[in-house]
Design a protein. Structure first.
Length: 201
């Protein structure tokens, strides 16, 4: 028995020391030099006030803002930097409750965006991400909201389309990931666009 217990105890202690101490310190040290903002959350500010984190989704319920992905957890409200919980619904695509939630999201989107056909509604705007905190949407998901934003803010669709295009982050090296738009950054610059044109948002 000793020939099995003592090696197991030694292995457990070595793993605890390495993974809880050495490995953690190594990752933290690399982050201090290589990661953006030294591994800390990347905040976004407006007039010197922090309004959110770049990699954390927020809830935009007003029709004058671009909507992000739905969430099954409590998203931060606009201008709220309190870290929310992360989590998915764990409901499969055939779950009746899940289908009702998706249908309700589709109906709400169609009501807010009457110029968009039901077949043109991007799936990401009516289904939650795995983490529930996704800060990005696809360029298509932003483009289908342009008409509503333009009408609500009294701006031309062309000016908002140009703004969306300027916020499209392309795949890394053209190979890794997909093109996406950060919703919080886009909405911050949307308010700035109204101010630059001297139009009340």
């Amino acid at each position: 028995m000793k020939t099995h217990i003592f090696p197991a105890i030694r292995l457990t202690l070595v793993c605890l020391i390495f993974f809880s101490g050495i490995y953690t310190a190594l990752v933290w040290g690399i982050a201090q030099f290589a990661a953006p903002n030294h591994g800390n959350g990347q905040t976004l500010s407006v007039n010197g006030k922090i309004v959110g984190y770049e990699l954390q989704g927020q809830s935009f319920t007003s029709s004058k803002y671009f909507n992000g992905r739905p969430s099954v957890v409590a998203y931060c409200a606009w201008n709220d930097t309190t870290p929310p919980a992360s989590g998915g619904s764990n409901k499969g695509p055939s779950n009746p409750d899940y289908l009702k939630q998706v249908q309700a999201a589709v109906d709400t989107f169609m009501l807010q965006n009457p110029s968009v056909k039901k077949s043109e509604v991007p799936a990401e705007l009516v289904t939650a991400s795995g983490s529930g905190l996704d800060p990005d949407i696809s360029p298509k998901a932003a483009e289908v909201q342009i008409s509503r934003i333009a009408k609500t803010r009294g701006l031309s669709e062309e000016s908002i389309s140009k703004l969306v295009s300027s916020h499209i982050d392309k795949p890394l090296l053209g190979l890794f990931g997909v093109a996406h738009v950060n919703v919080l950054k886009l909405n911050i610059d949307l308010d700035n666009l109204n101010k630059s044109l001297k139009i009340k948002p």
